[in-house]
Design a protein around this ligand. Structure first.
Ligand SMILES: NC(=O)c1ccc[n+]([C@@H]2O[C@H](COP(=O)([O-])OP(=O)(O)OC[C@H]3O[C@@H](n4cnc5c(N)ncnc54)[C@H](OP(=O)(O)O)[C@@H]3O)[C@@H](O)[C@H]2O)c1
Length: 262
């Protein structure tokens, strides 16, 4: 299937690691120009160079902290026009409600919600004006619809992503622009790999994964962690003009983890 992404420019926030990197790689594989973002300049340069060489495409470097107003302004100056915005960057850590301070809640709102709001506020009017299959895709989580007592702050920000994408989709009425959310389930990123190592230090990687799924993710019907490239390829499809009929949708790729139909 030709996803018709050649000639498109995509900004993937938080694309030096994990799911964001896999989304950037899939988009580059499809021939899109990808803007790599993260706070570490060396890492941004490394991934941008790797993908450009591997897929013979153009890449660009955006080494900016997107929570910082001034650095976000630098991003907008450097890249005023894009076709695809993937709001992927987020933070997460376990903490029970009684352990969380108001500053923790503020931080989660600023990183996981407000940065994506600010980027959408800048890019959506431009995408609407261009009216050429522009895409905004939020990366949420199964926690958006199955909030976790271990991560109430994270879960809340992810539910906000769904609400925002639906609201913004109304702004696109009558155009070829779409706004959607993708909800991955537990995915084998570097961070999750480290977590498994710390939980089960004496087991092999595959035994760790099996034990984690059986004990900690028992509702998953695939009983394995999702691979980042699976999410990457799905996001590329949603970014494609072929996926034009998804609008305001909350799209689950959670390996069956959420035990409800909707
Ligand atoms: N992993 C999972 O199992 C899972 C499951 C469901 C949903 N998700 C969602 O998928 C998305 C990606 O998760 P992940 O596990 O792949 O994350 P990750 O491995 O921790 O990577 C996060 C990326 O964001 C960048 N970043 C962090 N803060 C930033 C900031 N202020 N400005 C710019 N870049 C920033 C990081 O680079 P620097 O630190 O160098 O800046 C890195 O590139 C998130 O929205 C997450 O909620 C993940």
């Amino acid at each position: 299937m030709d996803l018709q992404l050649k000639g498109k420019t995509a900004l993937v926030t938080g694309s030096t690691k994990g799911i964001g990197r896999a989304i950037a790689e899939s988009l580059a594989h499809e021939g899109a120009t990808v803007i790599i973002n993260g706070r570490n300049q060396t890492e941004v340069h490394k991934i941008a160079t790797e993908l450009a060489e591997k897929y013979a495409v153009k890449t660009a470097e955006a080494p900016f902290d997107l929570v910082d107003d001034a650095q976000r302004a630098q991003l907008f100056d450097s890249f005023p026009d894009i076709d695809i915005l993937v709001n992927n960057m987020a933070i997460f850590a376990d903490a029970r409600f009684d352990e969380l301070t108001l500053d923790d809640w503020r931080q989660y709102f600023e990183v996981n919600s407000l940065a994506g709001i600010a980027l959408s506020k800048f890019y959506l009017p431009k995408l609407l004006k261009k009216n050429d299959n522009g895409r905004i895709i939020f990366i949420a989580s199964e926690a958006a619809i199955m909030p976790s007592p271990e991560m109430p702050h994270y879960s809340m920000t992810k539910t906000m992503n769904l609400s925002l994408a639906k609201s913004l989709s109304h702004e696109t009425t009558g155009t070829t622009v779409t706004v959607n959310t993708v909800m991955p389930g537990s995915t084998l990123t570097e961070g999750v790999e480290k977590l498994l190592e710390s939980l089960f230090p004496d087991l092999t990687a595959s035994a760790r994964e099996a034990k984690f799924m059986a004990e900690n993710r028992s509702t998953s019907t695939i009983q394995r962690l999702i691979r980042p490239e699976e999410i990457g390829n799905f996001v590329s499809f949603v970014a494609s003009p072929l996926a034009a009929a998804f609008s305001g949708a909350a799209l689950r790729m959670d390996g069956g983890l959420v035990p409800t139909i909707f």
